[in-house]
Design a protein around this ligand. Structure first.
Ligand code: ZN
Length: 579
């Protein structure tokens, strides 16, 4: 299937490429005016669902929204596109994911288990690795790498070892990166390369698993044993990345996104994205958030400008500051102790901030004074308190319209929602966590705090403009799964988290369209079907406002249109590997 997928990607790329070639030869044909009609066209304008009978696109923009009769009279030469009862929405706005990380995964096998992937057992892993080797013609001696490996989701319920990996790929170096990114399993050739053998002592703070009854390494390495391997593992060169980026753009487009975020951009990644944009590779808009840790490098870099405008599809949007870790890793910074202790067995554990409050405030003030938009990773409520303190220190008000965005905002107290409104903070939530880690949150934080995660409804009622995100590759890009988690708030085991915080389908869609557009100051450019905005659309097989909630996560993207041009069209099952 992977092979088929790659082939289909190539075909779609061909179609897109030939469209662009047509553009040069027959501009009139490609730029011809189009009338879309005969479907559920949800405009996303206003606080309640509104449908348009017809819309007209011309030169990449929406030029008419209204009745079909009027559209036909006014644009009599326009090409008519019959939606045949399908549903049309503005293209989805990815409010937070990691475009650059996705790029690194293209040349790796997806080893995620359902619902993120299809890997159920060791045999599936073996097949996926061999399929990657075949599809990419990876010669012996080179690396075959997989991502998303999670032994707890496998039928065997134990780590795979070098024995099973050597069985299928004895002459390649094989590495399965753990879903947490904190470890990996290596085969014999890779262990040899990493210089890990029977004589290698276990480093402090690390794990080297051994074959039963011996010192022979089994393959699995974790934490400090993994770090040197991680640091030295092969990186793609720019030529390869330039080829792979088409695939990443296609994955976003196949999920209906016409706007992607690169949620923590390093300087070299920004420079690569700039080159890729100049080569016309960005068929969707990409907004990059420069990572605070490299501020010295990018702040006055002659090739990187915070311009507020896209150049060839790329915009340097703002700065990403990370103030804590993750609640499932017990590194989210909380005001109440974790009931189950810390990640290394600490007692009376609250998680830790990345920066002290003083350091955070100083950094925040510096970036604020540069006039740059700030996105802050805050998971725990103590991290949000630090942000509130920093905004109070700089004297932030809603009138200034700075739109400081919180990324994740998972454990947020009611009093903080009020403060967010006063200080002009726009939160991005992460309701997929309800499904993936909701059970862990109840265990670690207790019923009350665990179930209160991602209070999106309260935030909306307090007047905040909010978005919802995948944090890909942490959870799948699929916007309908995100929509479903925001509407059900059910854990993997079926426990219902605070049901008062559930959104209805329209509110859930706002968080995937208008909310994200607002957070990048583009509410007058995208996120709605409205005259004057970009003709960025997604056509889907069912109307989420009209079907049962449980069917929402099964909705399929049929076509994605960016500024009037089709950038993705579903032909047959494309086995979308990033779903
Ligand atoms: Zn992220």
């Amino acid at each position: 299937m992977k092979k088929l997928f790659l082939l289909l990607t190539a075909i779609v790329t061909l179609i897109v490429t030939s469209c662009n070639q047509n553009k040069k030869e027959h501009p009139a044909q490609v730029n011809s005016t189009k009338i879309y009609f005969n479907g559920d066209i949800i405009t996303m304008e206003g606080q309640h669902p509104e449908y348009a009978e017809a819309i007209v696109e011309d030169l990449g923009k929406i030029v008419y929204v209204g009745t079909l009769d009027h559209a036909q009279t006014k644009f009599s030469a326009a090409r008519k596109i019959d939606l045949q009862g399908k549903t049309m929405l503005p293209g989805f706005i990815d409010a937070h994911s990691h475009f650059s990380i996705a790029l690194g995964l293209v040349n790796q096998a997806n080893l995620c288990s359902p619902p993120m992937g299809e890997i159920k057992n060791f045999n599936d892993i073996q097949k996926a690795l061999v399929a990657l080797k075949d599809a990419r013609n990876i010669p012996e001696g080179e690396w075959v790498i997989g991502w998303g490996y999670d032994p707890f989701q496998l039928e065997e319920n134990r780590d795979i070892t070098k024995v099973e990996l050597d069985e299928v790929l004895p002459n390649h170096k094989v590495m399965l990166v753990h879903i947490s990114n904190h470890g990996a399993v290596l085969n014999s050739k890779a262990l040899e390369w990493a210089n890990i053998n029977s004589d290698t002592a276990q480093p402090s703070g690390g794990v080297i698993a051994r074959m039963e009854g011996s010192m022979d390494p089994a393959g699995m390495i974790f934490e400090t044993a993994w770090l040197p391997v991680k640091a030295n593992k092969p990186k793609s060169n720019e030529a390869q990345l330039m080829k792979d980026i088409d695939n990443v753009v296609m994955q976003y487009a196949a999920n209906g996104y016409t706007h992607a975020q690169d949620g923590a951009t390093f300087t070299n990644e920004a420079l690569f994205l700039k080159n890729a944009a100049a080569e016309g590779k960005l068929k969707i808009d990409v907004a990059a958030l420069m990572i605070f840790a490299e501020m010295d490098q990018w702040m006055n870099h002659p090739d990187l400008n915070f311009t507020k405008a896209y150049k060839n599809g790329l915009k340097i949007q703002g700065v990403k500051i990370v103030q804590d870790g993750s609640p499932q890793g017990k590194t989210a910074y909380m005001t109440q102790p974790y009931l189950t202790g810390g990640p290394a067995g600490e007692t009376d554990w609250y998680g830790e901030p990345t920066l002290t409050r003083e350091q955070f405030t100083a950094l925040f003030t510096k970036v604020w004074n540069e006039g740059l938009q700030i996105f802050v990773h805050v998971n725990g409520d103590a991290a949000s308190d630090d942000l509130i303190h920093a905004l109070e220190t700089v004297g932030a008000t809603t009138e200034q319209d700075k739109r400081t965005v919180t990324i994740h905002t998972q454990f947020q107290r009611t009093d903080q929602i009020k403060k967010f409104a006063e200080l002009g903070i726009s939160p991005s939530y992460f309701t997929n966590h309800c499904f993936y880690w909701g059970d862990d949150h109840i265990r670690n934080q207790g019923e009350e705090r665990g179930k209160a995660i991602s209070p999106m409804k309260s935030a909306m009622e307090a007047g905040l403009i909010v978005s919802n995100h995948s944090d890909f590759n942490v959870t799948p890009l699929n916007p309908f799964f995100i929509l479903w988690t925001s509407m059900t708030r059910e854990t993997r085991s079926g426990v219902q988290l605070d049901q008062n915080e559930r959104l209805n389908a329209y509110e859930g869609l706002q968080a995937l369209t208008t909310g994200g557009a607002y957070q990048v100051f583009e509410e007058n450019r995208k996120g709605m079907i409205k005259v004057g905005l970009l003709a960025d659309f997604v056509i889907i097989d069912k109307n989420p406002l009209k079907i049962e909630t449980d069917l929402i996560k099964e909705i399929t993207v049929l076509e994605t249109i960016k500024e009037g041009q089709t950038i993705y069209k579903k032909t047959i099952d494309t086995n979308n590997s990033f779903k």
